[in-house]
Design a protein around this ligand. Sequence first.
Ligand SMILES: Cc1ncc(COP(=O)(O)O)c(C=O)c1O
Length: 394
Amino acid sequence: MKQKKMRFDTEVIHAGYDSEGHLGSLVPPIYQSSAFIFDNAEQGERRFAGSEAGYIYSRLGNPTVKILEDRMAVLEEGEAALAFSSGMAAVSAVLVSLTKTGDHILCSQGVYGCTFGLLQLLKKKYNIDCHFSSMDSPETLEQEIQPNTACIYIETPINPTMKLVDLELVVKMAKQKGIPVVVDNTFSSPYLQRPIAKGCDIVIHSATKYIGGHGDVVSGLVIGNEKFITQVSKTTQKDIGGVISPFDAWLLLRGIKTLPIRMDRHCENASRIFQFLKTHPKIENIYYPGDPEHGDYAIMKKQMKQPGGMVSFAIKGTKETAQQFIDQLQLIHIAVSLGDPETLIQHPASMTHAVIPVEERKKMGIEDNLLRLSAGLEAWEDIVEDLEQALKKV
Ligand SMILES: Cc1ncc(COP(=O)(O)O)c(C=O)c1O
C-alpha cells in the first residue's frame, strides 16, 4: 500500500483503499450487507460499547462507505468524512449538529432552494434565526455576526447567481470570534477549491453532482475534523439516519477517479459557452466567475483553480422568453441537476429556487429571465450550436 501522500490526481484513484484487506480486489468491493456477524455475545457487547473497533450495522458504518469517506477526507484535506443519502441529508445533519434553539446562522446571500427551505424550518420550529449576508467586507461581517451566531454557512460559487464569497476574509473574522465556517463546495469540487486548506472548518457536498459525475446517484458528503465528524456520526447521522447505501458509495468511488479530467473538460466547455453568450445580442447578463468583468473575478483567481463548469445568464425578455428558449433546445436537456456528462439547463425561479419567496429571490439576484446551465462533457461546438439555433427562435 502506498504510504506517502501523493498528488490530487493520484489520490482520487487510490486514497482510502488498500486491496490487501479485500482479497486483492483491484476495485473496492461492495459490502451489500445490512448487518455484520459477531463472533460471540461478548464481542457484540464490546462493539456496541466502542471498546472494540469493527462493523455492527450499516447505518452505523459500512466498509465500502468507509473507503469513500477516507478518500474524501484526503481530497478535501480534512481529518475525517461522512457519506449521506443526499446532499440535503448532509446539510441538515451539519446544521442540526451545530445549532440549538435561539441560535443564529449567518448565511451567504443565496443558497440552494432546499437549504433555504431547511433554514426556514429551523426558524419556525426551533427559533434559529438566519441572516443572509453579502459577506463582502470585515465591517459587514463585524456588524452581522451576533453573540449567538452558531455558524457561518457559505455557498461559493452561489447557486445559481455565481457570486463568490471570499473565504479568507470570512475565516479571518470567524476565527477571531471562534465561529465555525461551513462551506457547501458542490459547485467547485475539491479539484477546484479546498476550503479546509483556507481555514474553513466543515465542507459539504451534494455528491450527486461533480463527485459522482455521471448523474446516476443522489448522495451527500461532510468533511471536517475528527471531533466534529465523530459527533455527527453518533448523533445526527446515526439517529436521523440519512446514510448512503453501499452501492451508491461504490458508484461515487468509481466516478471520483475521473474527477480531475472531467472537471478540466467541464471548465473548458463552460468557458466556450461563456465566450459565445457574452456578446450575443439576445443575452442581457451573464454570470460566470471566469469573466474578467465579473465582480468577484479577483476572488475566483485567489481561491479557485479554474472558474468551474457552471454558467448562468439572463435572456432579454420575460420568464416566458426564458421558457420558450429552453423548449427549443435539442441537445441540451432541461433538468435540474448539474455536474453530469450531459449539458443541462434549468429555470431557477420556477424550479430549484421556486420555494424561495419572490422578494427574497430578487434580493439574491434570481430574476425570472435567469437560466442556469451546467456544461457537460460533449464537444463544445455542439453545445454552442444548440444554444445558437434556440436563440434564433426567440
Ligand atoms: C449547492 C447545492 N447544495 C446542496 C444540494 C442538495 O443536494 P441533493 O440534491 O444531493 O440533496 C444541491 C442540489 O442541487 C445544490 O445545488
